[in-house]
Design a protein around this ligand. Structure first.
Ligand code: IPE
Ligand code: IPE
Ligand code: MG
Length: 253
């Protein structure tokens, strides 16, 4: 009797071992709550962003280790320029530091780091770091892909796609009736990436804030009150567990 129970427990444990369950192919996160995390501790908002950047490193690595192929984070929106200059500067410096680190460690970690958004208005040196990052990423064979959305806005992205397509029509390269949903997808910053399966928003806000508007048509959303700097692998595991319990119908029955 005793040994049967023990065996059952071993089997049960194995069944629920993280590597045994399916993981979403593409997880995206709206990294939110850094400011409130800092405020709660009587610290400046920028301190929250520093800890949030650490959380991003940890969760990106964790995603790679459990077999998530695409991990995409919302790091800076087209609306975030409204924030105080000091806060924007801190965020830009954190991007600089992270990109430098990514260039140096990408080969060893096997995670290709990409940046998407309207990058044309970023500081020249950041644009250069992004270009260097792309060069390193190209060298990797079958990497996991971590994408940072910087100066990203879903509406801005769709507007740019519409412009690019309109230019092709104007140049006589295609007819309006040739425009398909794929034409639009192929003109977004996310070209070549699968749509996100699971979008997580920490910090208790229940909105998209302009993130992956086109791509999220059939994404599963997961909201949690946990603030991003407090977000741990166990919270990601809870989101995945929840995701695995859902039935995706894509409009079918
Ligand atoms: C981080 O969280 C998101 C970024 C725009 C970098 P916030 O800075 O929005 O934190 P809260 O929402 O004010 O708590
Ligand atoms: C969304 O968070 C943008 C990022 C996480 C980069 P915000 O904090 O800017 O969103 P709102 O203002 O609460 O909608
Ligand atoms: Mg916020």
């Amino acid at each position: 009797m005793h040994s049967t129970v023990a065996l059952f427990n071993i089997l049960k444990k194995e069944e629920s071992a993280p590597q045994e369950r399916p993981v979403p192919h593409h997880i995206a996160v709206i990294m939110d709550g850094n400011g409130r995390w800092a405020k709660k501790r009587g610290m400046p908002r920028t301190a929250g962003h520093r800890v949030g950047a650490e959380t991003f490193r940890n969760i990106a690595t964790y995603c790679k280790n459990i077999g998530v192929k695409y991990f995409t984070v919302y790091a800076f929106s087209t609306e975030n320029w409204k924030r105080p200059a000091e806060e924007v500067d801190t965020l830009m410096n954190l991007f600089r530091r992270y990109l430098k680190e990514a260039i140096e460690t990408m080969a060893e970690k096997g995670v290709a780091v990409r940046v998407i958004g309207d990058l044309s208005v970023l500081a020249e040196d950041i644009q250069q770091l992004i270009a260097d990052c792309d060069k390193e990423a190209e060298k990797l064979e079958t990497p996991a892909i971590a994408t940072l959305c910087i100066n990203y806005g879903g509406r801005d992205e769709i507007k740019n796609a519409v412009r690019a397509i309109a230019q092709r029509v104007q140049a006589g390269e295609m007819q309006p009736e040739d425009i398909t949903e794929d034409t639009i997808s192929e003109n977004l910053y996310t070209v070549g990436m699968p749509d996100p399966d699971l979008i997580i928003r920490p910090s208790g806000e229940i909105r998209t804030s302009n993130f992956l508007l086109w791509q999220s048509a059939y994404a599963e959303y997961y909201f949690t009150d946990v603030l991003w700097p407090d977000f741990k692998p166990e919270h990601l595991e809870k989101a995945i567990e929840d995701f695995n319990r859902r039935q995706r119908r894509f409009g079918g029955v």
